[in-house]
Write a protein that binds this ligand. Structure first.
Ligand code: PAF
Length: 279
């Protein structure tokens, strides 16, 4: 596995054998089984797999959040080697955003809701860095987790709008034994907060069961989720949503499918989770 830092080095490897297909897995490191499932899927579907590890400063609207973002490069590289990655890009911030940098990619409506409303500027940072990663790697396919459902919707919109020539592959949410969605942020949870963090999964499950039993009013599903979070002592709801999975606009009635999603602070750690119902 090659570990490279510069853009030129990536391009040299990428274009050495023109006929090979490349899969890209963009990450911010501190890898868990969810990231590795993306790498494994990419290995199945491509001749070569590149992974980026870059804690992207422009997508953090809170400097403190950026500072405490967990990092462990040695462990990440060992895991990627074992998972079968061919190349890892670990750029310095100045390589991605050199002095004088002034270009950003901004997707409009779909970024104004949910995570976008709670974290102003977040998606501008995500789309900018992902567009740069696509330009540097020129992958045939790029792999993202369904856990960041809005990120997936935003990136798909950007790819459509700006005619990026690649396929976006979305992989299922990887969960712990008790249903908690895997996230690098879970490492910030105390043991008691970790126990209570399953409230997101339980709330989504409760709403999903109500839907399976015939409930079609979005507001009823929102109340079910809000109630369950409210009954969890360490949890504080940021938002709960029952929305169209592509536009992310809130629904009144579910006619075919819907994205149920939420963000919840458990202690001081902000967690997100989601499920698509009616597929
Ligand atoms: O999902 C993430 O880890 C990040 O948002 C991404 C896509 C790597 C961009 O920094």
């Amino acid at each position: 596995m090659q570990i490279l830092k510069t853009i030129d080095a990536i391009r040299q490897v990428r274009w050495a054998e023109l006929s090979l297909s490349w899969g890209l897995v963009p990450t911010m490191g501190f890898l868990h089984a969810g990231h590795l499932s993306l790498v494994e899927r990419a290995c199945q579907e491509n001749d070569r797999v590149g992974v980026s590890i870059f804690v992207n400063p422009t997508q953090f609207n809170d400097a403190q959040d950026l500072e405490v973002y967990p990092r462990d490069m040695d462990r990440d590289l060992a895991l990627l080697k074992e998972a079968g990655a061919d190349l890892v890009w670990t750029p310095e911030p100045e390589t991605v955003y050199p002095s004088g940098y002034q270009s950003y990619v901004e997707v409009e409506e779909v970024t104004t809701l949910l995570e976008g409303a709670a974290r102003p500027g977040h998606f501008r940072g995500v789309t900018t860095v992902v567009a740069k990663l696509f330009n540097v790697f020129q992958p045939n396919r790029a792999y993202f987790g369904q856990k960041d459902a809005q990120q997936v919707a935003v990136i798909k919109q950007m790819v459509r709008d700006l005619n990026f020539n690649l396929d976006i592959v979305v992989c299922p949410i990887a969960r712990d034994h008790d249903g908690l969605a895997l996230s690098s942020r879970n490492s910030n949870l105390s043991p008691i907060a970790r126990e209570q963090a399953t409230c997101l999964y339980r709330a989504l499950n409760a709403a999903q069961s109500a839907f399976a039993q015939g409930e079609r009013q979005a507001e009823s599903l929102r109340f079910i989720m809000i109630d369950l979070i409210a009954s969890t002592p360490l949890a504080r709801l940021d938002y709960v949503s029952v929305a169209d999975p592509i536009s992310l606009v809130e629904l009144e009635e579910i006619t075919d499918h819907a994205l149920l999603s939420m963000a919840v602070f458990v202690d001081n750690t902000r967690l997100i989770d989601n499920v698509i119902i009616g597929e």
